[in-house]
Design a binder for this molecule. Structure first.
Ligand code: ZN
Length: 462
């Protein structure tokens, strides 16, 4: 049975294997052996020449890396209505929640499935959906069929919000979260995890935040929430007796190594110290920050977070914020935007960007013992990048080419939990052209039903 579920796999003769092991070795002419869904050996192809496998993939034109983690990725509804929000004008949030609330189970299944197709084909093997999926029972099929790792939660609040978020009395929000963790955590052979997901410190009472952190601790799982700061936000927390939202959370006992703060724009040095001393981690969405004009030169603190040892994952946020679901492009943005913001080319080197997408990101999400690097004993989550493409020429430094030249379209093969999920660019869990047509139809129906009018192109459509 286990041999059937996990045939052995050998990635052979790889041009480079980028291991992310403690020495950060890059193995030229490398091989990776996968047994029982885990990495058994990593080394020179010559050393592993005598070892066979049920399937051998010839990787002589490939660069092998760990699979990517995506720490903040709302995939629920937005694939059906991409581009309707007058990009370059204003925040789509009020309409986002209206559209999200109007999705049916079947619609959410289809749009989530398309989101997952885009994620895995661009190399994401594990993503956090920060509470946007309303129908996890319906979407379970998509998680199962695709083989991706997913971290889910139910978004809850118990206070007013500037947009229509799911709001409950505190005790109901707590019991819903408890039921969600109990029902979902650990399903799909552990590929599905469930976290507590209060929307933000501003939209939840202190009692609710405390109770959800306690639940996460009791279940051995994590908590994530949207978290931004800045001078005005810090001033708002003075009446709470806290210098900032971050210290406010610390005072409640809501920070810790199982708490992931999303976005963290505008945090000051004291807040970074606060995160560091509590082991709190972050998920940052560099493309959303840039596209939303969020002022990375002033509010982006990624270099300081990393300097203090805070673990950070990258996220693509949503198909209507970052728009694309490609962590390679997010790495590129993270590497470039701090160079420009600080007028310093040494900021966020390519190697650091790759760490954020792999090992450091996995550590930020509490899964660093299982995935994020190619080392014996870890789960076999890995990517093969096709170097037979113009953007990969000429090849002397695979990390430089990956972060600065390539994008997710050169992801050739994706292995998750030892299973080949994308095989030579093709996934086999869904008929893509049929799915595209269905999702277009979902979008048209959803707009008609909600009365949301898409912003037309600003150029004449004739
Ligand atoms: Zn979010």
């Amino acid at each position: 049975m286990s041999a059937m579920a996990h045939p052995t796999l050998k990635i052979d003769n790889a041009r480079y294997v980028v291991t992310l092991d403690p020495e950060r070795r890059i193995v030229r002419d490398g091989a990776v052996l996968v047994e029982g869904g885990r990495i058994a050996r990593v080394g020179k192809a010559a050393e592993l020449a005598a070892v066979g496998a049920d399937r051998v993939i010839d990787a002589r034109r490939m660069v092998v890396t760990p699979g990517f983690v995506n720490g903040h990725m709302h995939i629920s509804y937005a694939h059906a209505v991409r581009g309707i929000f007058a990009d370059d004008v204003g925040s789509p949030l009020p309409q986002v929640f209206k559209l999200q609330g109007a999705m049916t189970e079947e619609e959410e299944y289809l749009t989530s499935l398309l989101g997952i197709v885009e994620l895995v084909r661009n190399g994401t093997v594990c993503f956090v959906d920060p509470g946007s999926t309303k129908f996890p029972d319906a979407c379970l099929q998509a998680y199962q069929d695709s083989g991706i790792r997913v971290i889910l939660g139910e978004c809850v609040t118990d206070r007013d919000a500037p947009f229509p978020l799911p709001r409950y009395p505190a005790d109901e929000a707590i019991s819903r979260t408890a039921a969600f963790l109990k029902k979902w955590h650990g399903r799909l052979d552990g590929r599905l995890r469930a976290w507590a997901m209060p929307f933000s410190p501003e939209t939840c009472s202190s009692e609710l935040l405390r109770a959800l952190k306690r639940l996460a601790d009791e279940h051995g799982t994590s908590l994530t929430l949207h978290h931004n700061s800045g001078p005005k936000v810090r001033a708002d927390y003075q009446p709470h007796g806290a210098a900032s939202p971050t210290q406010y959370l610390e005072g409640l006992g809501v920070l810790g190594p199982n708490v992931v703060l999303a976005h963290v724009l505008g945090i000051d040095d004291a807040e970074i110290d606060c995160m560091a001393r509590n082991g709190t981690t972050a998920a940052m969405c560099p493309v959303t920050a840039a596209k939303g004009g969020r002022g990375v030169p002033t509010h982006g603190r990624l270099p300081e977070l990393l300097a203090k040892g805070v673990k950070v994952a990258l996220g693509c946020d949503s198909p209507n914020n970052s728009n694309h679901l490609d962590i390679v492009r997010a790495m590129n943005m993270a590497a470039l935007q701090y160079k420009d913001a600080r007028q310093d080319m040494k900021m966020i080197p390519a190697e650091t960007a790759l760490e954020l997408a792999t090992l450091t990101g996995a550590q930020a999400l509490g899964v660093g013992d299982e995935i994020g690097s190619l080392e014996p004993g870890k789960k076999a989550d890995l990517l093969l990048f096709d170097t037979e493409r113009p953007e990969w020429q000429a090849l002397f430094n695979p990390i430089s080419n990956l972060v600065y030249n390539a994008d997710g379209r050169s992801v050739h093969t994706v292995v998750i939990d030892g299973r080949v999920v994308v095989d030579a660019y093709r996934q086999s869990f869904v008929d893509e052209p049929r799915l595209y047509a269905k999702v277009q139809e979902v979008g048209e129906k959803l707009l008609a039903r909600t009365g949301v009018t898409p912003a037309p192109p600003r150029w004449p459509v004739v």
